[in-house]
Design a protein around this ligand. Structure first.
Ligand SMILES: [Zn+2]
Length: 563
């Protein structure tokens, strides 16, 4: 079946570059070395099989390779398993006039009759020694057509080769797949595409500078066909600035946690005419490069000029945020498919990334904690928890009504001190513990040793009384008390480490302020002494920390409230 589609032309009327520079021999194929090795070797050693399955993304050269295979098999002057691309047979195949090659686009001819008709011809003799059937998008064949094809593949005529090309090999019937030799085509790396475009530029005498070629490589996204088409259009229109959205503004806003700036950048881009889905996709592609440049630079295929820029953004964003941007955009792209206002989905995604407190996913929670740590938020981090603001009014003498204590005591089980642990220098296990001492050590040494989630809960805990080795600690409500089960192991190990003697904790519910403990060694201090940063920043960060911590607590322990 001869090719009947008109040869597409580019804007200035010449044959499209990707047609003009379509590889005619194995030696000219780029970026699919493993496929070339397998096929050229098979032709050379006369080990060609009757059916091949070529799978891979669009524009990676599947049908082109199938035609080259047909040329190599029928070439009048083959060299080392490759076609000459000059003889009558090769030229006829290039022109699409050869009777040795039958192409079928299964997307449009997918019925059983189409297949039957084609296959009937497979039994007729052909001028060349091999007849090659190329079925593109073979996964789109109907069931009946697939069954008819399978029958032929079970007993293929001599000198017939079927090349089944598909972008979705998993949709091809397994029984068909199992009768083929499967060759996977890969996306073409940025460097390979770049060198291809430079060669085409030289061969065609194009006036294209490196910037233009880089842009075409980027637009090609691993596809030689798309890259060459892009180059064609870029040269024709010269509209380099329109080839891809400019994302530096967006990156800048993400780095600086500037929600307004991000929305403004997005508005500018949509105003320029970029479709939200296209934007999300392009941005995700850039962030992917940012991610790869941080994790495995050798895998990243950003071109030179982009590499530097994207590496710089990566350094400013850091890996965890880069990953979250990728994930968030991945989700947004999915949501957009069914969203009535796609741009809103994108806006929400951006604001979520910048204001993670609006997001309740575990990842964003982790990011918030990381952020708090980075900001030197000591109260919830692992350094001693001196409250930045006096959460607990010291000196108030609100009466504590023990009769209101309703909770059943929850005790953390006592275990003997491991003998290999050094004894605390200040306290021998025989010395009686005082309430003041235990309170101070509980707050300043035990709590900071517990996991972060425990610290958030323990921030609301107050030591109430001590009887022997039995410590009564209050929490403001029942929900929080129930959560003590989860923190028990971490707390127990921190207690054991600090006190070296088993101390039982009895949890009670008591929302009243604790009684002042005489000679409490650490009274709240002025804020300027507390924060390690300068005064301007300290106020702000204190506010952030406080509201963040409160938010985190209520999120992790529903019902909790600061007192
Ligand atoms: Zn030839």
């Amino acid at each position: 079946m001869a090719e009947t589609t008109p040869v597409p032309t580019s804007i200035d009327g010449v044959t499209a570059l990707y047609r003009r520079f379509r590889p005619g021999r194995f030696a000219e194929l780029r970026g699919q070395d493993h496929v070339v090795r397998a096929l050229q070797g098979a032709v050379k050693n006369d080990r060609v099989v009757h059916a091949y399955l070529f799978s891979g993304p669009r524009g990676t050269g599947k049908t082109t390779t199938a035609r080259i295979l047909a040329k190599a098999l029928n070439c009048e002057h083959p060299r080392d398993g490759d076609a000459c691309d000059e003889c009558g047979s090769c030229v006829a195949i290039t022109k699409g006039s050869s009777l040795d090659v039958v192409e079928l686009d299964a997307a449009s001819n997918n019925g059983v009759d189409d297949i039957r008709e084609i296959i009937a011809g497979a039994w007729h003799g052909t001028p060349g020694s091999w007849k090659v059937y190329i079925f593109d998008e073979v996964h789109q064949l109907s069931k009946a057509a697939s069954a008819a094809l399978l029958k032929t593949l079970e007993e293929p005529p001599q000198h017939v080769v079927f090349v089944l090309a598909t972008t979705e090999p998993h949709k091809v019937m397994p029984t068909i797949r199992s009768r083929t030799q499967h060759l996977e085509f890969r996306l073409i790396g940025g460097e390979t595409l770049s060198s291809l475009l430079h060669d085409v530029k030289g061969a065609a005498g194009l006036a294209a500078d490196d910037e233009l070629i880089d842009a075409a490589v980027r637009l090609g996204r691993g596809s030689a066909r798309d890259a060459l088409s892009a180059l064609d259009q870029l040269i024709a229109t010269g509209a380099l600035s329109e080839t891809q959205p400019e994302f530096d503004g967006l990156f800048h806003s993400l780095v600086n946690l500037d929600a307004v700036g991000a929305l403004r950048s997005l508005a500018v881009l949509t105003k320029e005419g970029w479709d939200p889905e296209q934007l999300a996709e392009s941005f995700a592609a850039e962030v992917r490069q940012v991610f790869l440049l941080q994790v495995a630079p050798e895998v990243a295929d950003a071109v030179d000029s982009d590499r530097e820029r994207l590496s710089a953004w990566g350094a400013q964003l850091g890996l965890p945020r880069t990953v979250r941007i990728l994930e968030t955009f991945g989700l947004a792209m999915r949501e957009m498919k069914s969203a009535p206002e796609k741009v809103v989905t994108l806006e929400v995604a951006l604001v979520r990334l910048i204001r993670p407190e609006l997001d309740s996913s575990v990842q964003s929670l982790d990011e918030r904690l990381t952020k708090l740590e980075r900001e030197g938020a000591r109260p919830v981090a692992s350094t001693p928890p001196v409250p930045a603001t006096p959460l607990r009014p010291i000196g108030t003498t609100a009466p504590r009504e023990t009769s209101e204590v309703t909770a059943a005591p929850v005790t953390s089980e006592s275990v003997a001190t491991p003998s290999d642990l050094p004894t605390a220098p200040s306290v021998s296990s025989d010395a009686p513990l005082s309430l003041e001492d235990v309170t101070e050590r509980f707050e300043n040494h035990v709590v900071p040793r517990t996991p972060r989630s425990a610290q958030l809960l323990l921030k609301n805990a107050h030591v109430r009384s001590l009887e022997g080795h039995r410590l009564t600690v209050s929490l403001p409500n029942e929900e929080m008390r129930q959560n003590t089960d989860h923190i028990a192991p971490g707390l127990k190990s921190a207690m054991d480490h600090e006190f070296k003697v088993p101390i039982q904790i009895e949890w009670v519910i008591d929302a009243s302020p604790p009684r002042p403990v005489a000679a409490r060694p650490r009274a709240p201090q002025p804020e300027s002494e507390l924060s390690g940063v300068d005064d301007d920043a300290s106020e702000e960060s204190t506010v952030v920390v406080d509201s963040m911590a409160g938010h985190l607590i209520s999120e992790m322990f529903p019902g909790a409230e600061e007192i």
